[in-house]
Design a protein around this ligand. Structure first.
Ligand code: GLU
Length: 491
C-alpha cells in the first residue's frame, strides 16, 4: 500500500463527540502530512441507535472544524458507498469465503444457551470465552437445528486463523503510537461476524470496508485495541493486506473519570452552542496527546500539520481541561477580525433588538465589549444596557452606589453639565476628565467613585465597557434620560 489512506468512521448514535473530533483531526493531519486521503465513512449498521439527525450533525461538526474529507457519503469517491447500511450486499460474499476456507462456522446457539454459558463462567470466576460448541457440527446436526427453526449466526474461528498465520497463540502488532502490543488469542472467543438476521457485526464490516477502501492506516481510540486483534485475523484470513494501526490514549475529565456530560459539553455542537469557536476547539484537541516542537501552543491546523508526527503522539491518556479551553477560546475571540466577530456574536444577541443600532454603533459596541469575553455567549449578559431607553438597575448597584449621597450629588451635577456637552468621542473624553477632576478638587471624591455613579445611572452596573463609548452609542438623549431617572429614583 503505497498511498496513505486514513478514515474516520463514526457511528451516528449521537452528536459528534469531541473525542471523535480529535481522532478525526489526527487522521486528517496524518493524511495531510503524507499527501494522503482522508475518508469519512458512516457506520450506521445499528439501525436502532442511528438517526439522520446525528449523521447531519457529524457532517456539520466536521466541516465546522475544517476537517474536510476527500471521500465520503456526500462527496463520493472510488470506493463507495461510504455509508455502511448501503453496503450490506457486499458482506455476504466475504462471509462465504470465510465459511468455505474454514475460518468461520455456523453457530445455532440461542441467546438463552449463550447466557447460560456466560453465567457458568461467572460462577467459576473465569473470563467468558465462547465454548465453540457449534464449531464441528455435522451436516445432519445442522439440518436438524434448522428444522427446529433456528437460524445460524456466523462465528469467526480465532484459533484456526491464528494457527494459519502465526507460530504461537500470541498475536502481536506494532502500534504506531503505543509500540508493540500483543494478546494471547486463547483469551479471545470466537465472535459473531454475521448475525442470524444477516446483519454484519462491527468487527467484520469494518475489516471489509477498510480493506475495500484501501485504508493504509487505522488511527483510533485505544478502546478499540481488543477489536484490533480480531480484525487483524480477519484481514489475514481473507488474504487482505493488514493496515498499520495506531491507538490514541483516552480523553479523561479533570477528575480522571470518563469525560461525560456531567463535566460539561462533550459534543462539538454543544461546545459551539456554548460559545466556543471551532478554531479554538480544534487547536485545543490537537494538544490532547500532541505537543508542538516549538512549545508554541496556539496554532492553526495547517501549522499543526507541518509539525505533526504520529510517532510523537503521547500514548497515555489526556486530561480535558475545560479551563484551558476557555483560555484558548478567549484568545481566539481576541484574534477574530471585527467583522467576523460581529457575525459570530449575533446568535447570542437574539434577545435584543439589534436593528435599533446602526452598523457603526454595533461595531463600536462589539469593540468595547469584546475584551473580557471568554465565550461568545458571554456577550448576552454583557450588553443589555445598550438597548432600550430604560435600563435595569442591579439591586446592589442601586443600594450600594446610586442611593449614596455622593452618587446623588455627582449625578445632579452630571446632568446639569452634560446637557451642554457636545456628544462626540473626543469631547466626551475631555469633559468626563474635567468632571472627575472637579469633584476630586471640590469634595475629594476619587475619580473612580465619580465614574461609578455615572456608570451606575447609565448602565445599571458598576463595571462594564468603556464609558465614553457607551455614552456615544446611547446618544445624548438616552444618556441624560437615564441619568435623570437615577436621580429621581433615589429621592
Ligand atoms: N464506528 C466505530 C466507532 O464509532 C469506528 C471504530 C473504528 O474506527 O474502527 O467507534
Amino acid at each position: 500500500m503505497s498511498e496513505v489512506r486514513v478514515r474516520i468512521a463514526p457511528s451516528p448514535s449521537g452528536n459528534l463527540h469531541i473525542g471523535t473530533a480529535r481522532t478525526a483531526l489526527f487522521n486528517y493531519l496524518f493524511a495531510k502530512k503524507n499527501n494522503g486521503k482522508f475518508v469519512l465513512r458512516i457506520e450506521d449498521t445499528d439501525a436502532e441507535r442511528t438517526s439522520q439527525e446525528y449523521v447531519d450533525n457529524i457532517f456539520d461538526s466536521l466541516k465546522a472544524l475544517g476537517l474536510n474529507w476527500d471521500e465520503g457519503p456526500d462527496v463520493g469517491g472510488n470506493y463507495g458507498p461510504y455509508t455502511q447500511s448501503q453496503r450490506f450486499d457486499i458482506y455476504p460474499k466475504y462471509v462465504q469465503q470465510l465459511l468455505d476456507s474454514g475460518f468461520a462456522y455456523e453457530c445455532f446457539c440461542t441467546p438463552e444457551e449463550l447466557e447460560a454459558e456466560k453465567e457458568e463462567a461467572t460462577a467459576a470466576k473465569k473470563a467468558y470465552v465462547y465454548s465453540k460448541k457449534c464449531e464441528n457440527l455435522s451436516e445432519e446436526e445442522k439440518a436438524k437445528l434448522r428444522a427446529e427453526g433456528r437460524k445460524p449466526a456466523i462465528r469467526f474461528n480465532i484459533a484456526k486463523a491464528q494457527k494459519a498465520f502465526h507460530s504461537s497463540t500470541i498475536l502481536e502488532f506494532d502500534d504506531l503510537v503505543k509500540g508493540k502490543l500483543h494478546v494471547d488469542t486463547n483469551l479471545i472467543g470466537d465472535f459473531v461476524i454475521m448475525k442470524s438476521n444477516g446483519a454484519p457485526t462491527y468487527n467484520f464490516a469494518v475489516v471489509i470496508d477498510d480493506a475495500l477502501m484501501k485504508i493504509s492506516h487505522v488511527i483510533r481510540g485505544e478502546d478499540h485495541i481488543s477489536n484490533t486483534y480480531k480484525q487483524i485475523l480477519i484481514f489475514e484470513a481473507l488474504g487482505f493486506e493488514v493496515p498499520r494501526f495506531g491507538h490514541l490514549g483516552m480523553i479523561l475529565a479533570p477528575d480522571r473519570s470518563k469525560l461525560s456530560k456531567r463535566h460539561g459539553a462533550t459534543a462539538v455542537s454543544d461546545f459551539v452552542k456554548e460559545g466556543y469557536l471551532t478554531d479554538a476547539l480544534i487547536n485545543f484537541v490537537a494538544l490532547l496527546g500532541w505537543s508542538p516542537s516549538d512549545g508554541q501552543e496556539i496554532k492553526t491546523v495547517d501549522e499543526i500539520a507541518q509539525d505533526f508526527r504520529i510517532g510523537e503522539i503521547s500514548s497515555s491518556n489526556s486530561i480535558f481541561e475545560y479551563d484551558k479551553l476557555k483560555w484558548m477560546n478567549s484568545h481566539y475571540i481576541k484574534m477574530l477580525p471585527i467583522e467576523e466577530l460581529k457575525e459570530r456574536l449575533k446568535p447570542y444577541l437574539t434577545k435584543y433588538d439589534l436593528s435599533s443600532l446602526t452598523d457603526e454603533q454595533y461595531t463600536k459596541m462589539v469593540e468595547i465589549t469584546r475584551e473580557p469575553l471568554t465565550l461568545l455567549s458571554d456577550i448576552t449578559d454583557a450588553v443589555p444596557y445598550f438597548f432600550g431607553k430604560d435600563v435595569e438597575i442591579e439591586p446592589e448597584t442601586q443600594t450600594g452606589t446610586l442611593d449614596t449621597d455622593v452618587a446623588q450629588k455627582v449625578l445632579v451635577d452630571f446632568l446639569e453639565k452634560a446637557k451642554a456637552w457636545e456628544w462626540t468621542e473626543e469631547n466626551l473624553h475631555e469633559k468626563l476628565a474635567e468632571f472627575r477632576a472637579y469633584w476630586k478638587e471640590k469634595d475629594g471624591i476619587k475619580p473612580k467613585v465619580t465614574m461609578w455613579a455615572v456608570r451606575a445611572a447609565i448602565t445599571g452596573r458598576t463595571c462594564g465597557a468603556d464609558m465614553v463609548g457607551i455614552l456615544e452609542i446611547l446618544g445624548k438623549e438616552t444618556s441624560l434620560y437615564r441619568a435623570e431617572k437615577a436621580i429621581k429614583l433615589a429621592v
